[in-house]
Design a protein around this ligand. Structure first.
Ligand SMILES: [Zn+2]
Length: 700
C-alpha cells in the first residue's frame, strides 16, 4: 500500500495567554489525528507553534516590564513544556519571531507584490487591539458618542495613516469556487455557507501594514522599514515557513506535496482569516490552497465561554491531570484528559466541559469497560493458563459478534473523517463486545468442567477463549493509541506483547493472536470513591464566595472609561474597583465631581427580563440577538456577549435590562435597550438576581 500524505496544523497560539482547555483541546485533536495517520503508514507532519507579534503583545510586555523577546521566550517555554507533558507529538514548533519565519513572510509579501496585489493608500478607519483586527462602521457600536468594539466593550482606535493594502476584493470569485470544490475545502459543511455568504456580501481590500511608529513589534515590510506587516499576514504564513517558505513550496517537490496534504484545524473565531484571507493570499502568491480547513466548535465550561478573566472557566488541563494522578495513585491523568476531550465532544460542534462528566468517563469507559476487560483477561490467564496464552489463528465461528477486522475498519474511517468521538465510541463498542464474549463463554465454568475431565492439564478451550480476548485487547490498544498512547503501551505490556505494536494499525497485524505471556494484572484505572470525587471537584471549582463580591456594573460603564484605559491589555483580570468607592462613600458629604444624585439615577429604567430566544447575529463573531420578555411586552436586543456565553446557555435566564436606552441599529438589527454585564475589556458575567422575580420587575 503506497502511503498517502497527511499534514495537520493547529493555529499558532497567541502569546497573550498560556495553554488552557481550549488550546489543549485543539492540540490534542491534531495530535491524535497525526498519531493515527502515522500508525497507518501515512507520511505525516504535525505542526503547532506560536504567534508572537502584535500590538497586544507589545502592551503586555511593557506592562510587565519585560523585553519583548524575553516575554515571548517565557511563554514559548511554557507552551513547549505543557505540550511535552500532554504527549503532543508535533514534528515542528514554529515561532513567528524566528528568522526562518521572517524570511518566509518577506517571501510571501514579495510574491503578492509581484502579482500587483499590494498597493499603498491612505487608511482612515478603526482598529481594535483586543481583536487585533480592523473594524468597519458595521462592526462597532456607538456609546456616548464613542465608537466601541462590541466584543471588547472599549473604544476602538482611530487609525489614519498611509498603509499597504492587499487586493482581497479581486479574489471573491476564486474563493467562492474554492468552497464549492469536490472534497470540501471547508469542513464541517455547515461552515461553507457562513463563509460564502460573507464573501458574497462584498470583500474590501485589506490593510496589511501599520506604520512602524505605531506598531513596531511586527515584521518590517520588505523594502520599507517605516512600515510593519499586519499580524495576520505574518501569522498565516507560518504554515509555509516549516516547509521552507513560499518559494520552496512554489518550486514543487516534497514541500509542495506536503502542502497539498495540509489541513488547518481551527476554532470558529478565526474561520474568516483561514477561509477568506489565507487562500486569497496564497492565490495571489501563485500558490495552491491547502487541502482544507476543519473548523471545530467552542468548548464552554458550565455553559460559559472559556476566558482567562472568568475564574470559573479557567480550567487547567494539566493541573486536573496531576490531581487525578494523585487521587488515583496512577499516571493516567493526562491520558484521561486527552481521552475525555476526544470522546466527549463531537469535533464540529460546541461542547460543555464539566468535572462530573470527566469523572464519569473515567469510571465507566476506562474503569468499568476497558480496565475490566484487561483485568479479567489477564487474571484468568494467570489463574487457568499460568499466564501464557498461546497463539490462535482466528475468530472461528464468529460467536454472533462483529469481526475484529470490521470493527477496526469502522474505527479507521472515523479517524480519517475527523470524527474522533465516533472513533472512540466504535472502539468502546469493541470493548463491550469483548466483555460480552467473556460473559457468554464463561471460562470459569469451562475451567470447572475441565478440572474434572482433565485434571492438571492445560485447557485448549480456555486458551481459545482467552486468545480471543487477547487479540481484541491488542487491537483495541492499537486503535486507542492515538488518544491514549501510554495506556495503549501498558495494555500491550500486560498482554506480553511488544509496546511498539501500539504504533501499528491492527490491519497490519499478521496474526489474529501471536501468543504472549501475561505480566501480573495491575488495575490501570483504580476506582475513586465518592469522597475522593467530591474532594477533587471541590478543589477544581473556584470558591463560590469570590464571585458576587461587588454589584455587577452596567456594561455601559465600560464604555465611559477614560481613553487612557485602552492602553491596558484586553485580557487583564478585573480589579475590584468598587472597593475604593465604598471606602470614600461614608466620608463624602458633598457631591464630588462625577457623582450623581438620585434624580439622575431615577432616569435609568432598569428591569428584569427573561430571555425567550437567543441566536448569533450572522457574520459576526461576538454578537447575540436576544428576544426578551418584559412581562408586558417583548424586546429585541443585540448584545456583544457571545464571547462569554453560548446562545443556548441564555435561554430561560433572567437578565438585568436597561429598558430606556435609545434604540441603535447593529448589523441591520434594531437593538432596543441593553443587557447589563460585568467586565471591562471583555464581558465577564451577566448581572443576575439572587432569587426569581417575574419579568418586568423594576430594579432600583
Ligand atoms: Zn475588539
Amino acid at each position: 500500500m503506497s502511503a498517502s500524505r497527511f499534514y495537520i496544523t493547529t493555529p499558532i497560539y497567541y502569546v497573550n495567554a498560556t495553554p488552557h482547555l481550549g488550546t489543549f483541546y485543539t492540540t490534542v485533536v491534531a495530535d491524535a489525528l497525526a498519531r493515527f495517520h502515522r500508525a497507518t503508514g501515512d507520511d505525516t507532519f504535525f505542526l503547532t507553534g506560536l504567534d508572537e507579534h502584535g500590538q497586544k503583545i507589545e502592551r503586555i510586555a511593557a506592562e510587565r516590564g519585560l523585553a519583548l523577546q524575553t516575554y515571548c521566550d517565557g511563554v514559548a517555554a511554557q507552551f513547549q513544556e505543557t505540550w511535552k507533558r500532554a504527549e503532543i507529538s508535533n514534528d515542528d514548533f514554529v515561532r513567528t519571531t524566528s528568522e526562518r519565519h521572517k524570511k518566509a513572510v518577506a517571501e510571501m509579501w514579495g510574491r503578492m507584490e509581484k502579482a500587483g496585489d499590494i498597493y499603498q493608500a491612505e487608511y482612515d478607519g478603526m482598529y481594535c487591539v483586543g481583536c487585533e483586527d480592523w473594524k468597519s462602521e458595521d462592526d462597532v457600536i456607538v456609546v456616548n458618542g464613542e465608537k466601541v468594539c462590541p466584543i471588547h466593550q472599549r473604544p476602538v482606535e482611530r487609525v489614519k495613516e498611509k498603509n499597504y493594502f492587499f487586493r482581497l476584493s479581486k479574489y471573491a470569485d476564486y474563493l467562492l469556487e474554492l468552497y464549492e470544490q469536490p472534497g470540501g475545502f471547508l469542513r464541517p459543511e455547515s461552515r461553507k455557507n457562513e463563509v460564502a455568504s460573507f464573501v458574497r456580501g462584498g470583500l474590501r481590500d485589506l490593510s496589511i501594514s501599520r506604520m512602524k511608529k505605531s506598531v513596531s513589534w511586527c515584521i518590517p515590510v520588505p523594502g520599507d522599514p517605516e512600515h510593519t506587516v499586519y499580524v495576520w499576514i505574518d501569522a498565516l504564513t507560518n504554515y509555509l515557513t516549516v516547509l521552507g517558505g513560499p518559494n520552496a513550496v512554489a518550486a514543487g517537490g516534497a514541500a509542495a506535496a506536503r502542502w497539498a496534504a495540509c489541513t488547518h484545524l481551527i476554532a470558529k473565531d478565526i474561520l474568516r482569516f483561514h477561509a477568506v484571507y489565507w487562500p486569497a493570499m496564497l492565490k495571489s502568491a501563485g500558490l495552491p490552497p491547502p487541502k482544507g480547513v476543519f473548523c471545530h466548535g467552542y468548548l464552554t465550561v458550565k455553559g460559559q465561554k472559556i476566558s482567562k478573566s472568568m475564574p470559573a472557566t479557567r480550567v487547567d488541563p494539566m493541573t486536573i491531570a496531576a490531581d487525578l494522578d494523585a487521587a488515583t495513585g496512577t499516571d493516567v491523568g493526562v491520558e484521561l484528559m486527552r481521552y475525555f476531550v476526544l470522546r466527549e465532544y463531537s469535533l464540529g460542534g460546541d461542547g460543555d466541559f464539566t468535572y462530573e462528566a470527566l469523572l464519569q468517563r473515567y469510571e465507566s469507559d476506562l474503569g468499568n469497560d476497558l480496565g475490566n476487560l484487561l483485568n479479567r483477561t489477564v487474571n484468568m490467564a494467570q489463574q487457568f493458563l499460568g499466564g501464557r496464552v498461546d497463539a490462535s489463528a482466528g475468530e472461528g465461528g464468529g460467536d454472533g459478534l462483529a469481526t475484529l477486522a470490521d470493527e477496526a475498519a469502522q474505527v479507521r474511517a472515523h479517524w480519517e473523517t475527523f470524527t474522533p468521538s465516533q472513533a472512540l465510541e466504535q472502539i468502546w463498542h469493541s470493548v463491550r463486545n469483548a466483555n460480552r464474549y467473556i460473559d457468554a463463554k464463561k471460562p470459569w465454568v469451562v475451567a470447572k468442567q475441565e478440572a474434572q475431565t482433565n485434571p492438571g492439564g492445560r485447557s485448549a478451550a480456555i486458551n481459545e477463549i482467552l486468545a480471543h480476548c487477547c487479540a481484541w485487547l491488542r487491537a483495541i490498544a492499537s486503535m486507542v493509541a492515538p488518544a491514549m498512547p501510554e495506556v495503549a503501551k501498558k495494555i500491550l505490556r500486560q498482554l506480553g506483547r511488544p509496546q511498539d505494536e501500539a504504533n501499528v494499525w491492527p490491519s497490519e497485524f499478521k496474526e489474529f493472536w501471536p501468543g504472549g505471556t501475561m505480566s501480573k494484572a495491575e488495575p490501570m484505572f483504580p476506582r475513586l470513591d465518592a469522597e475522593r470525587k467530591a474532594a477533587l471537584i471541590a478543589k477544581w471549582l473556584p470558591p463560590e464566595a469570590a464571585a458576587p463580591a461587588a454589584p455587577a456594573k452596567p456594561a455601559a460603564d465600560a464604555n465611559t472609561v477614560a481613553t487612557t484605559d485602552i492602553q491596558k491589555p484586553a485580557q487583564q483580570d478585573v480589579q475590584p474597583r468598587s472597593k475604593t468607592d465604598v471606602k470614600t462613600d461614608a466620608a463624602a458629604p458633598s457631591a464630588a465631581p462625577g457623582q450623581i444624585d438620585l434624580a439622575d439615577f431615577e432616569k435609568i429604567d432598569l428591569r428584569t427580563a427573561r430571555v425567550l430566544t437567543c441566536e448569533r447575529v450572522p457574520k459576526t463573531e461576538k454578537l447575540l440577538k436576544l428576544t426578551l420578555d418584559l412581562g408586558t411586552e417583548q424586546r429585541t436586543v443585540v448584545s456583544g456577549i457571545a464571547g462569554a456565553y453560548a446562545p443556548e446557555a441564555l435561554v430561560g435566564r433572567t437578565v438585568v435590562y436597561l429598558a430606556n436606552l435609545k434604540p441603535a441599529k447593529l448589523r441591520g438589527v434594531v437593538s432596543q435597550g441593553m443587557i447589563l454585564a460585568a467586565g471591562d475589556a471583555e464581558v465577564l458575567a451577566l448581572a443576575a438576581l439572587d432569587r426569581d422575580v417575574p419579568p418586568g420587575t423594576k430594579i432600583r
